[in-house]
Design a protein around this ligand. Structure first.
Ligand code: FAD
Ligand code: SF4
Length: 536
């Protein structure tokens, strides 16, 4: 039986007691709602959990979810909806949850977001929907805002545990084929939205497993893979076809998918999986890894189960992690779980500027990770056998804000020291892999290698080719990738529907033509004429 920071039974009993009291009061006033304490979910004890892969945070109990939803004051002009990148009707799903109508509440979320069990777990809510929540504002603490993400996660888990999720209604076959490149959140959303319209959808994935970063990057202790499997299983039941170990650009060129395989539209959701290195001296020593590779070995290639797979994993005692984002937090917590006794994160700005989710930073600190702010590596030092032995660390001060609005770190001249280490994980960012873009003539990319799209439609410079997610935005977030996928799917569906109407209008006339020259080639050309224009 795992130990918890606070016994889940006690948390539940307290919530139930409070619910009884509130029910006796009848209609709640605003001050009653503001007086309800924020509901904290059960969390595994940090001493124990930092050696396990088990998910750290459990869902709210039903009584907690109802109580938390009762904290919402149902604003007329809700700031939470404005802060949500996909504009979920948050007050409505909270209202239904407060009434105990969980099935209606989750349907409200699913109208807008396909992956609530995932978003409820990994979205940076404190910077999005919860940032300007009226309750948090009234209580003068964003940490006391309505815990929207926790309720969202509760509802999604509740539905998953009830029964197999129902397959959404699929329109009758349209005769059109859509290819989706990449099975991350952007690709999964496009697959679902296009399939619902009756199109035949095939997802091509370079890896041997599906899910993109949700599978290879974000660890089990934050996002159990059964949650990702359930979402993919639903798509399979909807009739989406998945082809793994299929690298578009190598196994098959993108344009061949349309010209030779007959796909009518292609969506590129190939993400930003190419790690960035610092270029500092010593980065080629044995023991220096990109955090992405480290996490991929652990999460997707089974290195978290030594003995069960052949995947080798570098065992280290003292690990230094460079960076301050979610990747850095996942890497440092994974290093701890894989046996490192000391893990130090170096981040060259202060905690305020840290891009990682606040909760991940707190969990990392609880697990004994040390974060040294305003410090960064200048170089890596090796021993006589070419293995890492230390990191040279530079101290910084904060200067004026830079283009990102965050205060610029300025090195303090001469203020350096040596930090002993036997492994260094570099988590300073990711770029897009150029394989696909460089093998697709005419596909416009910007200076950073990201695909350029029309912001309204997600169309690329090539006809019938759409893109979204990290390959367009650069390394961003799950919800933004999903939002991009949804927008591109809408454009694809509109384009294909328009063509179907045009063809239907053409067909009788073509059959009636005296020459009888009605041919698929003509249709194809017509479809091209109607499709997305190549933009100059
Ligand atoms: C370790 C880590 C932790 C993160 N934590 C969070 C978090 O807590 N919250 C949050 O919101 N965001 C987080 N992010 C960011 C988030 O996961 C990404 O923004 C999101 O997954 C992007 O989705 P995507 O669909 O665009 O791409 P991805 O998820 O990257 O999926 C792209 C897929 O395309 C495949 N692919 C690439 N090229 C090809 C090709 N040529 N042919 C076929 N397939 C191809 C890849 O193998 C991959 O499976 C994290 C990222 C990482 C790396
Ligand atoms: S801003 Fe906060 S209180 Fe207002 S509707 Fe949204 S969740 Fe409820």
């Amino acid at each position: 039986m795992p130990r918890y920071v606070e016994d889940p039974n006690k948390l539940n009993a307290r919530a139930r007691g409070l619910l009884e009291e509130l029910r006796d009061k009848g209609t709640l006033k605003m001050k009653d709602r503001l007086a309800i304490p924020v509901q904290r979910p059960p969390v595994l004890d940090p001493g124990e959990r930092s050696r396990w892969q088990e998910e750290v945070e459990k869902p709210l109990t039903p009584a907690q979810a109802v109580l938390e939803s009762m904290r919402c004051i149902q604003c007329k002009n809700p700031a939470c909806v404005k802060g949500c990148p996909v504009a979920i009707d948050i007050p409505e799903f909270l209202r239904l949850t407060a009434e105990g109508n969980f099935s209606a509440a989750i349907e409200v979320i699913k109208r807008t977001s396909l992956l609530p069990a995932i978003c409820g777990r990994v979205c940076p809510q404190e910077r999005q929907c919860q940032k300007d929540c009226a309750v948090g504002k009234s209580l003068k603490d964003v940490g006391l805002a309505v815990a929207i993400g926790k309720v969202e996660r509760f509802l999604a888990d509740w539905q998953r545990n009830q029964a197999q999720a129902p397959v959404p209604r699929i329109k009758s076959p349209s005769g059109r084929k859509v290819a989706v490149i990449g099975s991350g959140p952007a690709g999964l959303v496009v697959a679902a939205d296009c399939r619902r319209e009756g199109h035949q959808v095939t997802v091509f994935e370079a890896f041997h497993k599906l899910g993109g970063v949700l599978r290879y990057g974000i660890p089990e202790f934050r996002l159990p893979k059964e949650v990702v499997d359930a979402e993919i299983d639903l798509l399979r039941r909807m009739g989406v076809e998945f082809r793994t170990n299929f690298v578009v650009g190598r196994t098959r060129k993108l344009l061949d998918l349309m010209d030779k395989d007959g796909f009518d539209a292609v969506f590129i959701g190939s993400g930003a999986g190419l790690p960035v290195f610092t270029g500092m001296p010593g980065e080629d020593l044995v023991g220096v890894f990109s955090a992405n590779e480290y996490l991929t070995r652990a999460n997707m290639m089974g290195a978290i189960h030594p003995g069960r797979t052949d995947t080798p994993m570098f065992v280290s005692r003292r690990t230094v992690v460079l960076g301050g984002g979610n990747v850095a937090m996942d890497a440092c917590r994974m290093a701890r779980r894989l046996g490192a006794e000391e893990v130090v994160v170096l981040y060259r700005r202060s905690r305020t500027e840290m891009p990682a989710r606040a909760e991940e930073v707190e969990h990392a600190l609880e697990e004994g990770i040390e974060i040294r702010f305003l410090e960064n590596a200048l170089g890596v030092l090796g021993d006589e056998s070419g293995r890492v032995r230390a990191v040279t660390v530079q101290r910084y001060a904060l200067g004026e804000p830079d283009a990102s609005g965050r205060r610029r770190p300025v090195p303090i001249e001469g203020d350096t020291y040596e930090l002993p280490a036997d492994a260094v994980l570099v988590a300073i960012g990711n770029n897009s892999n150029p394989l696909l873009t460089s093998t697709t003539p005419g596909l416009e990319v910007n200076a950073r290698g990201n695909i350029v799209v029309d912001p309204e439609t997600g169309c690329t410079s090539l006809e019938r080719v759409f893109a979204g997610g990290d390959i367009v935005l650069g390394a961003a977030t799950v919800i933004l990738a999903m939002g991009e996928g949804r927008r591109a799917a809408r454009s694809i569906n509109e384009m294909l529907a328009r063509e179907a109407i045009e063809e239907a209008a053409d067909a009788p006339r073509a059959h009636a033509a005296p020459t009888g020259h009605w041919a698929p080639g003509r249709l194809r050309r017509r479809r091209l004429a109607l499709g997305t224009r190549r933009r100059g």
